[in-house]
Write a protein of this length. Sequence first.
Length: 355
Amino acid sequence: MFCRIKPLPALAFSLSLLLPGALYAESSFVDHRGKTITFAKPPERVVAIVRSAPIIYRSIDAKADNIAGMNKDSLVRYFTKGIYADLLPEMAKIDTGAAQDGFVPNVEAILAQKPDAVIQWAHDEKLIEPLERVGLTVVGWQCCTEQDRLDYLTLTGYMTGRNDRAQAILKAQADTLKTLDGKVAKLDASALPTVLHIDKVADQIQVIANGSQNLALSGVSNPAADNTGEWWRTIDFEQLLVWNPDIIVIPAYADDLNPKDFFDNPVLASLKAVKAKRVYKQPVFARTPDAPEIFLTSEWLAAIAHGADYAPDFKTQIAGIYELLYGAKLTDAQVKAILESESNAPADQYVDLFG
């Protein structure tokens, strides 16, 4: 059940030290395309087209100085408001001309930044070919498995010369999930609560059918999962009533939806989760599924489903992880904001669980 953190089998890495005191001389590693990338020294100017890459790069490099450009969507989604804008105001000053229309690179704008490296999605060669055609070094990231997410940290460690930080973050995640797995393994597998993630409620209801989060880590199951690989699925109320989940989770990115919207909706009143007030808004650390702190979501959901023992001292843990990742000392108000405490106040036992 536990998704083990393992060395990346496809990401061979070599590091040469010129002097005993030298931090970094040359790194060579294999990206998600299977292409060998070599840097004589850590790149001083990096353009990140992948939306979450600036967050990951900032956490591993422990500074934003070397991020020369990013996708405009990164600014809009993460750095104009919310916890990242609060903790990392320097990110909003980074040039955002790297991409137009999703992940299509703006080659001219990227060249103007004179980057040593570009981080781009590897699933479509048309997103990379224009960059390499003009001589740019591209590190390809594949999407979107749990192992891919671990690889993002390792790849960034190789790029920045801060593999020590990458491994410390990976260890924090592995230790947390190993402890959680030991608790979840004792649960009756035939009686796990069902959890449905719903991000839109109107005439039709949009659910996450096959998301990348491993819900088994939290000791719950997803009635919408159908192994098609299709992330979202649109259903009607009749189908929702058939599934009748024990718990409903509202994704963190669904800004216009809160537990109260479910509790006040007479059409949804007969649902088991609504009657039991077990509808919850995901914390902010789940806003991007690729953030280095995303693993906290598994603990949070386990506590929602099974009780506080599955995430003991959770607020203290959040503060420790954000200090490790971003060098930030969170205030009590910031921790409450991360936990969506205000939105979740009407939900069953949320205050008892997380204060």
